[in-house]
Design a protein around this ligand. Structure first.
Ligand SMILES: C[S@@+](CC[C@H](N)C(=O)[O-])C[C@H]1O[C@@H](n2cnc3c(N)ncnc32)[C@H](O)[C@@H]1O
Length: 209
C-alpha cells in the first residue's frame, strides 16, 4: 500500500489538542447512545492513532483498530506498548477498497473517517458486513459544511454529509434501529480567522438479525 497523507501526519497527530477533544466528546456521545457491555469485541474503522479506541476501551472487552495508514497504526502500537495494553490489536484495512478482513464484531465504530472515503455507500456496506447480526454501529462525522473545515483538502472526498443520507445508506446496507443525533459541535477558526461551528452527527444502528 502506498504511503498516505496520514502516514506523513501520524507522528504529530496527537499534538493537536482539538483532535484529542473531538475524540473524547465523540466517545462520550457514543457511550451514552450505546448499550455497551464489557464482553463486547469492537472494531474501530479508521482508528488512526487510537484517540477514539482508547476512550472506548475501558467499556469493552477488546478493540481491533483498523486503518489504511500504516503510519497512524504504528503510532497507536507505540502507545499501547508503552501503556502495557493487551486488548487492542491493529489491522490494516482500506474500507474504500476491500472487505474487512475480520467479522462478527459486537460493535463497529468510526470517528471523522467517512469524509475521507470515496464511495461512502459502498464503504458502509463493508462496515456493516463486519458486524454480527444484531451488532451495533456508531458512526460520527461532520454534517455538511462549506469546505472550510480542512485548510488542506488533500484526502478529503466529502464536505461532510446530510445525516439523513447516512441513514438511507445504512438502511440500504441492512441496518435497523437507525438513530441520528448531534454528538458534538467543533468550534474553530476558518482560514480567515473567523470562528466557525461544525456540527458532528452520530448515527447509531444495528445490523438486522
Ligand atoms: C481524521 S482521522 C480520524 C482518526 C481517528 N478516528 C480519530 O478520531 O482520531 C481519519 C482516519 O481515517 C483513515 N482513513 C482514511 N481513508 C481510509 C480508508 N480508505 N480506509 C480506512 N481508513 C482510512 C486515515 O488514515 C485516518 O487515520
Amino acid at each position: 500500500m502506498s504511503p498516505s497523507i496520514f502516514d506523513h501526519r501520524a507522528a504529530e497527530w496527537d499534538n493537536n489538542p482539538g483532535r484529542v477533544a473531538i475524540a473524547q466528546n465523540i466517545a462520550a456521545a457514543m457511550l451514552k447512545a450505546l448499550p455497551c457491555e464489557r464482553t463486547w469485541r469492537a472494531l474501530d474503522c479508521g482508528a488512526g492513532t487510537g484517540l477514539l479506541t482508547l476512550n472506548l476501551l475501558p467499556h469493552l472487552a477488546e478493540i481491533c483498530a483498523t486503518d489504511s495508514s500504516a503510519g497512524m497504526l504504528e503510532q497507536l502500537r507505540k502507545k499501547i506498548a508503552a501503556a502495557g495494553i493487551r486488548n487492542v490489536t491493529t489491522q490494516l484495512w482500506d474500507a474504500d477498497a476491500e472487505a474487512c478482513p475480520q467479522a462478527s464484531f459486537d460493535l463497529v465504530c468510526s470517528s471523522m473517517v467517512l469524509h475521507h472515503l470515496r464511495d461512502t455507500p459502498a464503504a458502509l456496506q463493508r462496515i456493516v458486513a463486519a458486524l454480527r447480526p444484531g451488532g451495533w454501529l456508531a458512526l460520527a462525522d461532520l454534517e455538511t459544511e462549506d469546505g472550510s473545515f480542512h485548510p488542506d483538502p488533500a484526502g478529503v472526498h466529502h464536505h461532510g454529509f446530510a445525516p439523513e443520507n447516512i441513514a438511507c445508506w445504512l438502511s440500504a446496507a441492512g441496518c435497523t434501529d437507525i438513530a441520528l443525533s448531534t454528538a458534538y459541535t467543533i468550534v474553530k477558526p476558518d482560514a480567515t480567522g473567523t470562528q466557525h461551528r461544525y456540527p458532528v452527527f452520530l448515527a447509531t444502528a444495528r445490523r438486522a438479525h
